[in-house]
Design a protein around this ligand. Sequence first.
Ligand code: PLP
Length: 454
Amino acid sequence: MTQFTNAELKAANAQRLLHPMANLAAMHHTPPDIIVKGEGSWIWDIDGHRMVDGVGGLWSANLGFGRKEIRDAVVAQLDELAFYNVFRGTTHPRAIELTEKLMQVMAPEQAGSVFFSNGGSDAVESALKLARQYWKIKGQADRSKFIALKQGYHGVHFGGMSVNGNTNFRRAYEPLLPGCFHVDTPWIYRNPYTVDPEALAIKCAEMLEREILFQSPDTVAAFIAEPVQGAGGVIVPPANYWPLVRKICDKYGVLLIADEVVTGFGRTGKLFGTRLWGVNADIWCLAKGISSGYVPLGATVLNAQLTDVFKQVDAGLATITHGYTYSAHPVAAAAAIATLDYLQRVDVVGNAEREGAHFMNRLHAIGRKHRLVGDVRGVGLMGCLELVADQKTKAAFPRGAKEVTQIAREAYTRGAMIRTSGANIILSPALTIERNQVDLLCDIIDASLTAVEG
Ligand SMILES: Cc1ncc(COP(=O)(O)O)c(C=O)c1O
């Protein structure tokens, strides 16, 4: 195997690799940090600098790095059967086992079947396509539209991008999929309506209902949303929002798609984000934590009622004419089985809830102390500090503001990897993080803000 020296790695870094969500010229000017090793919640860069990982890979390495059970399962699977497809006619043991395991874990969700893919964007794309197909099988082909939330993030495929609620991810690739519409998200910190969370949820739910009525309910296939909006800035809805959404979807026969790519498998301190709100979706989009990010995997879960509709013996519309070469890839499936086994054996979700509560308390204390922090949001082990130019007026920092980058660099130097998106510091450490690591992460963020505030 070709192995570069450190000097060669640094010289070639970002010269020809088109990095996601990054500008090529900016990457040449400030090359990305090269991470070489991970163990639990620790990571090391190419110069041997150790950091606590506040990013969890990318909301993904939920069980931390170096988890032996996942590693062993992956290696054993590579030895046994590195790949076989699950297109009509063939399957393999791990595909069958993972399906059974996932259905067992999602029994309270009344899950009925699952379609596997390679990541979150695939999981969303598959959900949107299966939702349309469901209505076609049911003889309601006009139900093709999707409604989504502003500030939502649903990945980067044409469907997901079209339901994304942020111009940044849409602009360069427009025109997008027709028939996608957006309504306000219940965002306490920035909304023109009210400071009362419960009233805001009612207002936003009404806006969803009005949009469904405006479009005409018999043309709307589904409403898609994250139980807690992640990439949009960890926007946690008021507790009454999702129950209201469920009611409205039921009233007009609109499918509810929960995009749990981030919130699934414990991130919020509950196994699924929908459990946080006591609501069942009709379709779930899963990825990231399903395999602890060790091997790419996406999953789109249909509830039992939808599954029954797809069971119709019909060589035409009820046949799934959608699929990826690597659907249910055996190595990814092995990683996911080991992850789900671990989640059943060890109280990782409880740890996320307990450490998450401590983490959020610490973040709120940091928010009260620093003038650059306008708002602190989060639940479980997903947190966000929204940085502002002026706390009183909530004046936002312009994109690329130097203070934001400076804070991230200060944290890096002090020994913490944090992620900035716009003027948000977004935090999503491993769900197995320990108390001393949570404290270290928070101490470093605190010190970094102090350093930049001067
Ligand atoms: C809620 C949500 N949906 C979909 C995606 C897309 O997932 P992927 O990057 O694996 O395609 C993401 C990625 O962060 C996400 O946060």
